[in-house]
Write a protein that binds this ligand. Structure first.
Ligand code: HSE
Length: 408
């Protein structure tokens, strides 16, 4: 039976305002905002002043509030709000990827301890309904991989740079102006934000709680004009891909830019759109596409979680309960193309399997297979731009090839 929920919202930025609008325009969801906690006392608000508070406890201690909707920026404060809300008997809906990724195992336990639900569809790929699908639709399928474009800002930047010849700085400013980028945009462009989303997806795909610091992330901030030229001349584009692939009981997961052939199904995913490719042993590839960032798309995912709470929905972390013995590993090899300015910092013997190189005017590149450990190291080195090769697939260091899912 549906009940009318009273909401206490934390944060009234891009997503908070999006939620307010989608909630006002959607009549099927039995929920109303009772209070909104904000930080800045001087900001002009579009709603009456009495709806706002600067005191978190006014929401957290209010017995009438059933659901805390946490939409602030600061991951530490957000976790504190989440914990207090659960302790006080409230359900939580959040879109805070970083807070979730860094604390997911604790959040799983807090939900059991306080018998309350934490829902976070809006945290992973904006409007794409992936978490509930992993939990419910794919509850019995044997999943091989989940991968795709998990960050709207970087996809927006790459689209503008490739298709409109905009500069990287101009494109990043566009992503910031449109409210897609994080308040610290290095989280987007260095691949942290998609890694946080991948960390959350790992729990619902493979039943793994992995700390984000154990997952390698490279971003788009080191992609050079040489790489763009290489891509154009070879009928390729570049996408920032988040990927988790299972081989046997080992799961490899990382975020890195990758050359993608123009005819590949991820190539036409443009601007702030995200795409998630789920590969199951029996269903095979299924692709979800939708806006991954922005006020209304993310607000609609948050609203969907609120609506789910009116039916007492909670995640069961089914892959974890099913007792799969998956374990996370970084012991894999991957094929990369590395470019760098004139003087060569690399030697062919730095590769596990060197495939060749090219020296042009003012730049050169090398292609070959490296370990994920080296991928992490080279990703940090200044002057190197490391991009996964178009046909790259992680291969367990034991030498067994992983079934290629993305480029099948
Ligand atoms: N900064 C994020 C992105 C926002 O660009 O995808 C949505 O999570």
């Amino acid at each position: 039976m549906k009940k009318k929920l009273k909401l206490g919202v934390f944060g009234f930025g891009c997503v908070g305002q999006g939620l307010y609008h989608v909630l006002s325009e959607t009549h099927g969801v039995k929920a109303e905002i009772k209070k909104i906690a904000v930080k800045n006392r001087d900001k002009q608000r579009i709603l009456p002043a009495e709806l706002f508070t600067f005191d978190h406890q006014e929401i957290l201690q209010d017995p009438e509030i059933d659901v805390v909707v946490e939409l602030i920026d600061d991951a530490r404060v957000a976790f504190d709000i989440l914990r207090q809300a659960l302790q006080n008997g409230k359900h939580v809906v959040t879109a805070n990827k970083r807070m979730l990724a860094e604390n997911l195992e604790d959040i799983f336990q807090l939900q059991q301890q306080y018998d309350r639900s934490v829902l976070y569809e809006g945290a992973v790929c904006g409007s794409i309904p992936i978490i509930r699908n992993l939990e419910e639709y794919y509850d019995n399928d044997l999943l091989n991989s989940i991968e795709g474009i998990f960050n709207g800002s970087t996809n927006f930047i790459l689209t503008k740079v490739f298709e409109e010849q905009k500069s990287y700085e101009e494109a990043l400013k566009g992503a910031q102006d449109l409210g897609f980028a994080e308040s610290d945009p290095s989280l987007d462009v260095q691949g942290f934000d998609p890694k946080f989303k991948l960390t959350i997806a790992l729990a619902h795909t493979f039943g793994l709680f992995i700390k984000p610091e154990n997952i390698i992330n490279l971003g788009i901030d080191k992609i050079s004009s040489v790489d763009l030229k290489f891509a154009r001349e070879n009928g390729l584009t570049i996408k920032l891909i988040a990927r988790a692939v299972r081989q046997g009981e080992q799961v490899f997961a990382f975020v890195a830019p990758q050359y993608v052939p123009a005819q590949h199904f991820l190539a036409p995913i443009r601007n702030e759109f995200n795409a998630v490719v789920v590969n199951g042993a029996f269903a095979e590839n299924q692709i979800f596409v939708g806006k991954g960032a922005g006020s209304y798309p993310t607000g609609s995912a948050v609203l969907s979680d609120i609506s789910a709470l009116t039916f007492d929905y909670r995640y069961e972390y089914k892959k974890r309960q099913q007792g799969d013995r998956n374990s996370f590993s970084n012991n894999a090899l991957i094929e990369v193309i590395v470019s760098y300015p004139e003087s060569s910092p690399l030697l062919p013997q730095d590769f596990e399997d060197f495939k060749g190189g090219y020296r042009g005017f003012g730049y050169q590149y090398m292609r070959g297979t490296i370990t994920l450990a080296r991928l992490a190291e080279w990703g940090q080195r200044s002057g190197l731009s490391v991009i996964l090769a178009p046909d790259a697939r992680p291969v367990a260091q034991s030498g067994l090839p992983i079934k290629d899912l993305l480029y099948a």
